[in-house]
Design a protein around this ligand. Structure first.
Ligand code: NAP
Length: 246
C-alpha cells in the first residue's frame, strides 16, 4: 500500500524541498500549490528524477470549498487509500507595521497562514483516525517565537499554529498520530525577497550565530525525520531550525 503525503505550498521553496525529501523516503506526493503551475510542474519533474512520484493538487488553502473539492475527488479515485502525512507549509509574508495595516491585509495573512492549517487538517485527519496512524507537521516560524517588527499579523498566525500543534497533539495521540511544529529562522527562498527586508531586519541577519541563511533542504531533513518511525514518540513539540538565532 502506498504512503501518501500531502504537502501544501510545495511548488517552490521549503515545500518543494520537503516534497522531494519525502518522495525519497518512499512517500507518494500530493503536491499542492496555489497558482504557479510552471513551478509545480518543475517540482514534480525533480521528484520523478529522484525516483519518486507526485501528482499535482492545486488549491488555495484559504478556501475550504476548493480544498474539499480537490480532496473529495482524490478520495473518490483512491477509495482504499488515505493520506498518512500532512505538511501544512503554505504561507505568505506580507510585512507591514501594525499602524498601517488594513483589515483586508490582516485577514489575508491569517486566512492563508493559519486558517489553511485548520481547513486542510480537518479534512485529512479523519482518514488518519480510521487508519490509526498519521504524521502532521506544521511549518511555523521564528516570528511566532520572538518579536520582529512588521510581522504582527504573520507572528499572530505562526504562534497560533504552535498553540494548535500542542493542543491537537493531545487529541490524537492515542491514535498514533503525531503533530509537531517546525519554526524556521531565515531560510533562502523567494519569501525572503518579498519580505522587503528593512534595515532593522538586516540587523537580524547579524544576529544569526551561524551568519548565514538556512537552506530549504535543511528544513526538509527535519520533516523527513519527524515523519519517520524514528520519531514515533515525538509529538506536540516545536523545533527551531534557525542557525542558533533563538
Ligand atoms: P515561498 O518560497 O514563497 O513558497 C510559497 C509556497 O506556498 C508556494 O508553493 C506557493 O504556491 C504556496 N502558496 C502561497 N499561498 C498559497 C495559498 N493560498 N494556497 C496554497 N498554496 C499557497 O515560501 P517559503 O519561504 O518556502 O515558505 C514556506 C513556509 O515556511 C511558509 O509557511 C513560511 O511562512 C514558512 N517560513 C519561511 C521562512 C523563510 O525564511 N523562508 C522562515 C520561517 C517560516 P504558488 O507557487 O502557486 O504561489
Amino acid at each position: 500500500m502506498k504512503r501518501y503525503a500531502l504537502i501544501t505550498g510545495a511548488s517552490r521553496g521549503i515545500g518543494r524541498a520537503i516534497a522531494i525529501e519525502l518522495a525519497k523516503d518512499g512517500c507518494s506526493i500530493l503536491l499542492n500549490y496555489k497558482s504557479n503551475h510552471a513551478a509545480a510542474q518543475e517540482a514534480k519533474c525533480l521528484i520523478e528524477e529522484a525516483g519518486g512520484e507526485a501528482e499535482l493538487m492545486p488549491f488555495d488553502v484559504s478556501q475550504p470549498d476548493a480544498i474539499n473539492a480537490a480532496l473529495d475527488a482524490w478520495f473518490a479515485a483512491h477509495p482504499d487509500d488515505y493520506i498518512d502525512v500532512l505538511v501544512n507549509n503554505a504561507g505568505i509574508v506580507d510585512n507591514e507595521l501594525m499602524l498601517w495595516m488594513e483589515p483586508k491585509q490582516w485577514h489575508s495573512i491569517i486566512d492563508i497562514n493559519l486558517n489553511g492549517f485548520f481547513y486542510c487538517t480537518r479534512r485529512v485527519i479523519e482518514g488518519m483516525f480510521e487508519k490509526r496512524h498519521g504524521r502532521i507537521v506544521n511549518i511555523s516560524s521564528i516570528a511566532g517565537q520572538k518579536g520582529i517588527p512588521g510581522q504582527t499579523g504573520y507572528a499572530t498566525a505562526k504562534s497560533a499554529l504552535i498553540g494548535a500543534t500542542r493542543s491537537l497533539s493531545t487529541e490524537v495521540a492515542s491514535r498514533n498520530i503525531t503533530v509537531n511544529a517546525i519554526a524556521p529562522g531565515l531560510i533562502e527562498t523567494a519569501i525572503i525577497n518579498k519580505a522587503k527586508i528593512s534595515d532593522i531586519e538586516k540587523k537580524f541577519f547579524d544576529d544569526i550565530p551561524m551568519h548565514r541563511l538556512g537552506k530549504p533542504e535543511e528544513v526538509a531533513y527535519l520533516v523527513s525525520f519527524l515523519c519517520s518511525d524514528r520519531a514515533n514518540y515525538i509529538s506536540g513539540q516545536v523545533i527551531g531550525i534557525n542557525g542558533g538565532a533563538l
